[in-house]
Every structure is written in structure tokens, then in C-alpha cells.
Design a protein around this ligand. Structure first.
Ligand code: C5P
Length: 227
């Protein structure tokens, strides 16, 4: 079951506070970006990778791709102001693909099993996203005061990859652009058009490298995998 993947990689990583794109930071002596790319480079079903990049980082990323023999990259379009714009700019340069996955370049621990299930479900149903069940007690807070304890039973934390029929996601992104709507993930753009989106249960290792502690968690995950 073939698919192509879009990896937004044009963020500034302010919350990491590294003074540079957090994707260039190393985990076990390899840039985070390369850890993520190698997953898709290895997956035989992945037939193309599109990376949204900052123009000033394109040359450096091209060097990394050469050094680590990442050969599946078909496009390195300019990213945009928000993540959604970066994803959209990749979709605009893709063609002839049935299923597209969108995956944060900053999530280097996604499992092959979850990718396979997402692709399968997207082929069957049109849209599927990765998520995990909420672990903590969830409360709605307003002005520092608890307003409500939300029933955790039906709450999920949403991750990437998010998998869609290309035509569906492209349409949802085009509509959002036209209407000036900004979502926090791809699914939100598709949901608002009334389509059903299926959840694929992922795992808690699929963290997004966001703050400094995540680097520690990341090193621990890699160490555990080597044992
Ligand atoms: O900032 P955050 O970690 O939530 O971003 C998620 C992913 O989206 C990262 O891989 C980041 O590089 C990417 N991104 C992007 N363009 C933006 C903002 C974020 O490609 N304008």
C-alpha cells in the first residue's frame, strides 16, 4: 500500500530555546530530522518524501540528505508562517498520489506498525490519525478556576502521522486557505467539512520534541530500544 509523506520542518523551535531549528539538534549523535527521515526512507511503502523547509536552511538540509543517503525526497518547498501553511505548500507540489501522510519532522519515534495501520485505514475509509488515550484527569479551567472535570473516557491526545486521501486533504487545505481558517492539525480542516476521521491507537513514545526535557526522554527511548 503505497503512500507519500509530507514532513513540515520549517518551524523555529522557540520552545526548545536552542537558538536554531530544533530538528538539527542531535539524539544519539544524529540530527532529529534524520531520525525521522530514516523511518520513511526504510519503509518500502513510502514512495516519496516532501519536506517543507526555511529557504535559508535548504542548503544545509540538502547536505544532510546527501550525507545520510536519504534518497526519497522529491521536493523541498518553502515552508510558511504557520505549520498549516508549510503542509499546504508541500501538497501544492505533489501529484498523482492516492494517500498522503502528514508527520511532524519533530516526532522521530513513530512506529512502523502505526504507519501501516494509518495507511491501511486511509485507503479503506479516507482519513485516519494517530492518537493516544488521555492519561491525566482533564479539567476545563477559566481564569485560574476549575469550571468542569471533563470525562476522560472519550478524550484522546492527538499526534501525527495523519493520513488522508490526497484529494480530500488538498481540498480541505484549499478551503481553509480561502476562508482564512487556521487549524491546529490537518484533521481539524477535514472535520469542519463534515468528513469522518478514524483514530488509530498509537503509543506514548511518539513524542514531539518540543522542550529541553524531550531531548532527555528521546535519549532514554533510544537507549531502551537498543537493550
Ligand atoms: O512547533 P511544533 O513542534 O509544534 O511544530 C511541529 C512541526 O511543524 C515541526 O516539525 C516544525 O518544524 C514544523 N513547522 C513548519 N512550519 C511552521 C511551524 C512549524 O514546518 N511555520
Amino acid at each position: 500500500m503505497d503512500y507519500e509523506v509530507v514532513l513540515p520542518a520549517a518551524g523555529s523551535g522557540k520552545r526548545m530555546g536552542a537558538g536554531k531549528n530544533k530538528l538539527f539538534l542531535s539524539l544519539a549523535n544524529k540530527p532529529i530530522l534524520i531520525h525521522t527521515l530514516e523511518i520513511f526512507q526504510k519503509d518500502r511503502n513510502c514512495t516519496g518524501i516532501y519536506l517543507a523547509v526555511k529557504p535559508e536552511e535548504r542548503d544545509y538540509i540538502q547536505h544532510l540528505l546527501n550525507d545520510y543517503k536519504i534518497t526519497k525526497v522529491k521536493g523541498l518547498p518553502n515552508g510558511g508562517k504557520e505549520r498549516q501553511h508549510s503542509v499546504h505548500s508541500c501538497l501544492k507540489v505533489m501529484n498523482d498520489v492516492e494517500i498522503v501522510l502528514v508527520h511532524d519532522a519533530a516526532r522521530p519515534f513513530i512506529s512502523q506498525q502505526v504507519i501501516d495501520r494509518l495507511v491501511e485505514t486511509a485507503y479503506e475509509k479516507g482519513a485516519a490519525i494517530a492518537g493516544v488515550r488521555a492519561k491525566d484527569t482533564m479539567k476545563k479551567v477559566q481564569d485560574g478556576i476549575i469550571v468542569e472535570t471533563v470525562d476522560r473516557e472519550n478524550l484522546w491526545s492527538i499526534q501525527t502521522p495523519q493520513a488522508f486521501r490526497y484529494e480530500l486533504l488538498r481540498h480541505a487545505e484549499d478551503v481553509a486557505e480561502k476562508e482564512g481558517f487556521l487549524g491546529t492539525d490537518e484533521a481539524m480542516l477535514v472535520e469542519r467539512l463534515g468528513y469522518e476521521i478514524h483514530i488509530v491507537e498509537s503509543n506514548y513514545e511518539n513524542i514531539k520534541m518540543t522542550t529541553k526535557e524531550d531531548l532527555l526522554f528521546g535519549e532514554a527511548i533510544l537507549k531502551n530500544r537498543q537493550m
